[in-house]
Design a binder for this molecule. Structure first.
Ligand SMILES: NC(=O)c1ccc[n+]([C@@H]2O[C@H](COP(=O)([O-])OP(=O)(O)OC[C@H]3O[C@@H](n4cnc5c(N)ncnc54)[C@H](OP(=O)(O)O)[C@@H]3O)[C@@H](O)[C@H]2O)c1
Length: 265
């Protein structure tokens, strides 16, 4: 390259390289996952949106297709915690679409389960979904990429709770600290095998979604949580995912921390 020449392909946020690739987005029936599925589909990536609530997924697919008739987006109903469901999903998707190039590990939840007197079942549920289902999906996605010999990208939706412990959220933070460790652990294994697969964590602070209602079991408490200051929008997080996917292959975005400007902790 001559001195002073500008290589435009080095400009980030360019999803052209993923046009025609297939992305599996977990937890796509609401909030952050829905926004990511939408953002990728309208940028030319084929999207498989998965979650348990099939009517929500169908609504997403029909709305995206109505606004963007060229979008290639599909729904796949799956409870990631049901026995055998993850293996079944990857087998079905491989038959139907020939494999996943991008995996967005977004499905996750918090439960108001204190360490001193919280419900052990709530701890288990968070660990099962936020850590084990994410790891199982990752293993299946990487196996498919290796078998096909193609580049891929795994994105974990982590949290600011991967980096600090929010008050009362000890077990949730433990699951999200685990996601941070799993990001670096996967990166090391991918490098050791010299695979053309990248891994990225995105670590948001408060995002206004159904998360707080699921965590507290109360619409009122959820409203109060999100009324304290302007929170992030799901689309803000989707933008960070697009950025990480769009950077050139020689560059790996490891983790993006994003807080609402007004979030104090
Ligand atoms: N909102 C925040 O402030 C915030 C901040 C940092 C990180 N995060 C992380 O962002 C991710 C998405 O959360 P969100 O805020 O968008 O919350 P959300 O609106 O409650 O979305 C959670 C998604 O997970 C899916 N899900 C839950 N259990 C599932 C299961 N057993 N099988 C398959 N899918 C399941 C839900 O779909 P169904 O109920 O239809 O299955 C839903 O689509 C989570 O990993 C969360 O920890 C959120």
């Amino acid at each position: 390259m001559t001195e002073g020449a500008h290589d435009d392909s080095l400009q980030p946020n360019n999803l052209a390289r993923w046009r025609g690739a297939t992305a599996l987005v977990t937890g796509a029936s609401s909030g952050i996952g829905r926004a990511i599925a939408w953002a990728l589909a309208v940028r030319g990536v084929r999207v498989v949106a998965t979650a348990r609530r099939s009517e929500r997924l169908d609504n997403l697919v029909s709305r995206v297709r109505a606004e963007h008739p060229d979008a290639d987006i599909h729904a796949y109903t799956c409870d990631l915690l049901a026995a055998g469901a993850i293996d079944q999903m990857f087998s079905d998707l491989s038959r139907r679409f020939g494999g996943m190039d991008i995996l967005i590990n977004n499905a996750g939840h918090g439960r108001g389960a204190a360490l001193i007197d919280g419900e052990v079942d709530d701890w288990r549920n968070m660990l099962d979904l936020n850590v084990l289902a994410l790891s199982h999906c990752t293993q299946r996605a990487v196996a498919g990429l290796v078998a096909r010999g193609v580049p891929g990208h795994i994105v974990h939706i982590a949290s600011m709770a991967s980096h600090r412990v929010p008050r009362g959220g000890g077990m949730y933070a433990a699951t999200k600290h685990a996601v941070r460790a799993l990001t670096e652990g996967l990166r090391q294994e991918l490098r050791a095998r010299d695979l053309p697969i990248r891994v990225t964590a995105i670590s948001p602070g408060f995002v206004e979604t159904e998360f707080a209602e699921v965590a507290t079991g109360s619409t009122k408490k959820a409203r109060e949580t999100y009324a304290r200051y302007p929170c992030l929008k799901s689309e803000d997080v989707a933008g960070a995912v697009c950025y990480a996917l769009g950077v050139p292959q020689h560059m790996q975005v490891h983790d993006i921390l994003i807080r609402p400007t007004a979030q104090p902790d």
